[in-house]
Design a protein. Structure first.
Length: 296
């Protein structure tokens, strides 16, 4: 099985090192420099739940409780489907929706609509995947290979046919289209993810990138701000918001978010750049102050 480095994981999932370290300390992710595909999938699920404002400590408690509720389950994030339920996590397992901390089964009005009958294996070079989770995982695998990204798009579109409310599939589709510079399609899917889950911080961040890329800087700033309101420790959102303010020559506003960024991400090339920007802004402000005193 192909292995991924720590740098690969951060790049693929677009995480700041500080985010990963926080999840490692919370026991949600094993500390490692070497990851399998399933490790990436688990980290992605943690990322998506945190982006929906589920606290890492609550995710950890939910995982522990789910392991007790479902005897023999080792990794609920991979063995069951996880969903935000209020400020907690609910899991769909064996056709039932359970909130494990309270130990309560929940009404799942979409269960009949989402039920998928697995087709029997038939002769042929490839087995048709009819389970949404498995199909989504296949899309993740495909999108990491540049030569198969068109196929990944087709897989994610199939996921949305089966489950139109699959916000993560909209996010991944949007990113594929964004990387192909098909910004209108990217924006469409990011907005769909927001409509499905208005508290999805990652969707606002990605939408902000599209708005910024297409010259709608004021809209991008507003969207990045929303991402930060939903997830105040979202380092990349602070970084991109600072860049957007720089484009508008609003250095003092940019300064606030450069400072926030280096508090959240203390190492790496982006941190070095942020520190340089802080020094530049402070130096310019000092020069302005000196000039004002000399002319007064």
């Amino acid at each position: 099985m192909y292995r991924y480095s720590r740098a690969d994981l951060l790049r693929i999932l677009r995480l700041a090192p500080r985010q990963l370290q926080t999840w490692e300390k919370a026991g949600l992710v094993n500390t490692s420099e070497d990851y399998s595909f399933f490790d990436l999938l688990q980290v992605k699920k943690v990322r998506d739940l945190c982006a929906q404002r589920v606290r890492p400590a609550v995710i950890r408690r939910s995982l522990d409780a789910m392991q007790k509720q479902a005897a023999g389950m080792e990794n609920p994030l991979l063995e069951a489907s996880a969903y935000r339920s209020g400020h907690r996590v609910a899991f769909r397992h064996e056709g039932k929706l359970l909130e494990p901390i309270a130990g309560q089964f929940m009404f799942d009005f979409a269960a009949d609509e989402k039920k998928v009958v697995t087709s029997p294996r038939t002769p042929g070079p490839e087995l048709v995947i009819t389970d949404v989770a498995d199909l989504f995982a296949k899309g993740i695998t495909l999108e990491e290979n540049p030569s198969s990204q068109t196929e990944a798009i087709a897989v994610y579109l199939r996921v949305l046919e089966m489950d139109p409310l699959h916000a993560a599939a909209h996010i991944n589709l949007g990113t594929l289209y964004y990387n192909r510079q098909e910004y209108a399609l990217a924006e469409k899917h990011y907005r769909s993810a927001i409509q499905i889950d208005p508290r999805y911080a990652l969707a606002y961040f990605d939408l902000g990138n599209v708005l910024d890329e297409t010259g709608r800087i004021d809209d991008a700033i507003s969207t990045y701000k929303t991402a930060i309101q939903l997830a105040p420790t979202y380092a990349d959102a602070h970084y991109n918001l600072a860049l957007a303010y720089e484009k508008k020559r609003e250095s003092r506003k940019a300064l606030q978010h450069w400072r926030s960024y280096i508090k959240l991400d203390t190492t790496g090339p982006w941190t070095v750049h942020a520190k340089h920007q802080i020094q530049r802004i402070l130096q310019n402000e000092s020069l302005k102050l000196v000039h004002t005193r000399q002319t007064s």
